[in-house]
Design a protein. Structure first.
Lengths: 384, 219
C-alpha cells in the first residue's frame, strides 16, 4: 500500500469482510426498490385500466345552452335555445376540469311515422394538450351518411347500405349501432354535425355539448360544485348537467385506485425503512468496539459517521439502480391489467436518486446512537 | 507531560456511587516512563481514560501535553488525542477487516495529510518484527503480533504522550518484553509514557512508580 488509508478503502475492506451482511443489505434495497417500481407500474396500470373501463360508461356531463329546460330534454323535446358551436373550442382550449368535448345538435323528428332523435355530431375535441384517445361513444360519422340506433333501425327496418330520407334529404346507413338498452340512445340517428345543422337551419350552432369529467383533484369532496364552477369560469351562462351517478362512480373509482397505490407504495417504503434501520442498527452494534477505538484514536465523530453513512448510501445507490432495473423487468410479468403503464424514465431516475438519500435518512438514527455511546463503556464492554 | 492535580472520578452504578479515583495527584515529565501498579479494580483504567480525555474528572484538573483538558470540548479532546496522545489497550482493539499495515495507518484518518505515513508505518512494523505481516489480518496473527501492531499504530504519529493500559496483560513473556522495550524506546525519544500494569515489568526501569489502591495513590 503506497497511499494513506482512506475512508473509501475502509468501507471497501469492511464490505469485503462482511459479504453476507453486505449481500443482505444490498438485496433488501434491491427488493424494496424493485417492489416500488412494480407497485408504481401496477398502480398506474390500474388507474389507466379503470379510466378506460369507466370511459366505456360514456360521457358524464351535459353542457346545455343558457336557459335550457332540462325537463324538456328528458322528454326528448330539444326545441329550446341553442348556443354557438365555438363554445366547444372555448372549452377545449381552457383548463376546465373536463375533457373529450363533443358538440351536437339534436332534434326529435318523425321519419316514416316513427320517432327518432336526429343527432348531428361534431368530431371530438380533446382538451388542450391532451393526447388521450377519443371516447368510444364519440362517433365519427362520414358526411352524407348516418349511424342508426338499434331501436330506430328496427322500427324503420334499416340495415347498413340502405337509404333513409330525413327531412327530405337521403342518407346512406353506414352502421347500425348495437343496442344500448337506454333511451334515447337506441332511437338516435347520428349524422355529421354540419349535415344536421344544414337540415335544421342551424349553421354554426349546437344545442348540447357532451364532456367527460372529472379531472378533480383526489381530495375534492364537492366534485359537482367544483365542476360547475370550473366550466362557468369559461362559459358563465351555460347549464352544467352531470350524470351524477356515473360522475361520482368514476371519481370514487379513480380515488380508490389512487389510494390503493399510495398505500402499497407507503407499505413498501415503510418495510424498506425498517429493514435498513434494523440492518444499520445491527451493523453499528456489531462494530461498537471499533467505534470506541476510533474515538480513542481521536478520529472525529463526523468522520466515523461518514464511514457508516457512506456505506449505507452506497447500498442505496447500487441497490436503487439494480432495483429499478429489476422492477422494470419484473413489472410486465406481475401487472394483471390488459395494458401496462410503466413509470417513465424520469420517475426511475428519481427513485434511483432518492434511494441513497432515503437509506441515509433511515440509517442515520442507529448511526448517531452508536456515536453517542460513551467510548469508555464500549471499550470496557469489549474487554469484559 | 502528564499532570493530575487532586483528581477524583465518581460514577453511579445502580443505586451506589463508585469512587474510582480519589484525590489523585502526580506528574510525569516528558522523557519519563511512569509505572502505575495496582490490583484489578484499583482505578488504573479510569486513570488512563481520564488522561486520554475519554472521560471527564469529577474533581481536580488534568494537564496532558501542556494542555489543560478539563475544559476542552469533545472535539478538542479528540483533536488532542489525534495529535499528541496515543493509547495502547490490553485487548489490542485492532480493526478486524483491516490488514496490519492498514491498522497502523488508522490514526491518519484523524490527521490526514501525512504524506509519508505509509513508509513510516512500514518502518514501524519492521522495527517491531512484523515486516512480513503487513498484509495479514488480525485474526491471522498471534496475540503478541497483534499487540506489536497496536503499538505501531500508537507510535505512528510520534505522540508526545503514550498511555498503555495493561499492554502486556495477554502476552507471553517474550512478546511482553518486546512491547515494553518499544515503550522504553519511546521514552528515550522524549515521549511521556504512562504504563499501567498489575504484572511485574522487570525488563524496563521506570522513572516513577505509583501504587494505586482503591482509587488512591499510595504515598
Amino acid at each position: 500500500m503506497k497511499r494513506n488509508l482512506t475512508l473509501y478503502r475502509m468501507i471497501w475492506r469492511e464490505i469485503q469482510r462482511s459479504k453476507w451482511s453486505t449481500l443482505l443489505c444490498f438485496g433488501i434495497v434491491v427488493l424494496a426498490t424493485g417492489l416500488l417500481v412494480v407497485m408504481i407500474a401496477v398502480g398506474r396500470s390500474s388507474v389507466d385500466a379503470t379510466r378506460i373501463q369507466m370511459k366505456d360508461m360514456g360521457f358524464n356531463i351535459l353542457i346545455t345552452p343558457p336557459d335550457a329546460d332540462l325537463a324538456q330534454y328528458q322528454a326528448l323535446n330539444f326545441d329550446g335555445p341553442d348556443m354557438p358551436e365555438s363554445y366547444v373550442e372555448k372549452l377545449a382550449g381552457s383548463t376546465v376540469l373536463a375533457q373529450h368535448f363533443v358538440g351536437k345538435y339534436q332534434k326529435t323528428l318523425q321519419v316514416e311515422g316513427k320517432t327518432i332523435v336526429l343527432t348531428g355530431l361534431r368530431s371530438e375535441l380533446p382538451r388542450r394538450g391532451s393526447s388521450r384517445p377519443p371516447m368510444p361513444t364519440a362517433y365519427v360519422v362520414p358526411a352524407g351518411k348516418v349511424f342508426v340506433g338499434a331501436a330506430a333501425a328496427k322500427a324503420l327496418d334499416l340495415e347498413p347500405g340502405d337509404e333513409v330520407a330525413i327531412l327530405g334529404k337521403s342518407f346512406e346507413v353506414a352502421k347500425v349501432i348495437e343496442p344500448k338498452g337506454a333511451m334515447p340512445e337506441d332511437i338516435r340517428v347520428f349524422t355529421l354535425l354540419s349535415d344536421a345543422q344544414a337540415l335544421l337551419g342551424a349553421e354554426g350552432r349546437v344545442n348540447a355539448i357532451d364532456a367527460l369529467a372529472c379531472l378533480c383533484p383526489v381530495e375534492t369532496t364537492d366534485i359537482l360544485g367544483a365542476l360547475q364552477k370550473s366550466i362557468r369560469t369559461v362559459l358563465p351562462d351555460v347549464g352544467v348537467q352531470p350524470y351524477r351517478d356515473i360522475l361520482l362512480a368514476r371519481h370514487e373509482q379513480r380515488n380508490m385506485v389512487y389510494r390503493l397505490q399510495l398505500a402499497t407504495v407507503a407499505i413498501v417504503i415503510a418495510g424498506a425503512a425498517t429493514a435498513i434501520w434494523g440492518l444499520t442498527y445491527l451493523n453499528v452494534r456489531n462494530r461498537r468496539s471499533e467505534i470506541g477505538v476510533f474515538r480513542a484514536l481521536g478520529i472525529p465523530g463526523a468522520r466515523i459517521a461518514s464511514l457508516f453513512v457512506a456505506k449505507v448510501a452506497l447500498y442505496g445507490l447500487a441497490g436503487g439502480i439494480a432495483g429499478c432495473a429489476l422492477g422494470y423487468l419484473l413489472a410486465p410479468a406481475i401487472v394483471v391489467t390488459e395494458g401496462i403503464v410503466m413509470p417513465d424514465i424520469w420517475a426511475l431516475v428519481l427513485i434511483a436518486g432518492a434511494t441513497p438519500l432515503a437509506a441515509i435518512v433511515f440509517g442515520l438514527p442507529p448511526i448517531v446512537a452508536g456515536l453517542l455511546q460513551d467510548p469508555v463503556d464500549v471499550l470496557r464492554e469489549a474487554a469484559a | 507531560m502528564i499532570r493530575f492535580n487532586g483528581v477524583s472520578k465518581q460514577f453511579r452504578k445502580g443505586d451506589t456511587t463508585v469512587r474510582a479515583l480519589d484525590n489523585v495527584t502526580f506528574e510525569v515529565e516528558p522523557g519519563q516512563l511512569a509505572l502505575v501498579r495496582g490490583p484489578s479494580g484499583s482505578g488504573k483504567t479510569t486513570l488512563i481514560n481520564l488522561a486520554a480525555g475519554l472521560s471527564r474528572a469529577s474533581l481536580g484538573s488534568i494537564h496532558v501535553a501542556g494542555t489543560c483538558i478539563d475544559e476542552l470540548s469533545l472535539r478538542e479532546r479528540a483533536d488532542l488525542r489525534a495529535r499528541e496522545v496515543a493509547v495502547v489497550f490490553q485487548l489490542f482493539h485492532l480493526v478486524p477487516y483491516l490488514t496490519a499495515l492498514e491498522n497502523v495507518l488508522l490514526p491518519t484518518l484523524a490527521t490526514p495529510g501525512a504524506g509519508n505515513a505509509p513508509e513510516r508505518a512500514r518502518g514501524l512494523l519492521a522495527e517491531l518484527g512484523l515486516e512480513s505481516r503487513g498484509n495479514h489480518y488480525p485474526d491471522e496473527m498471534s496475540a503478541g503480533e497483534r499487540q506489536r501492531c497496536a503499538l505501531a499504530r500508537a507510535l505512528l504519529n510520534e505522540p508526545a504522550v503514550i498511555l498503555a493500559d495493561e499492554p502486556t496483560g495477554n502476552l507471553d513473556p517474550a512478546s511482553a518484553e518486546t512491547v515494553l522495550a518499544h515503550l522504553d524506546n519511546a521514552r528515550k525519544r522524549g515521549a511521556t509514557v504512562l504504563l499501567v500494569s498489575h504484572q511485574p515489568v522487570d525488563s524496563i526501569r521506570p522513572d516513577v512508580v505509583f501504587e494505586l489502591r482503591e482509587g488512591r495513590l499510595l504515598p
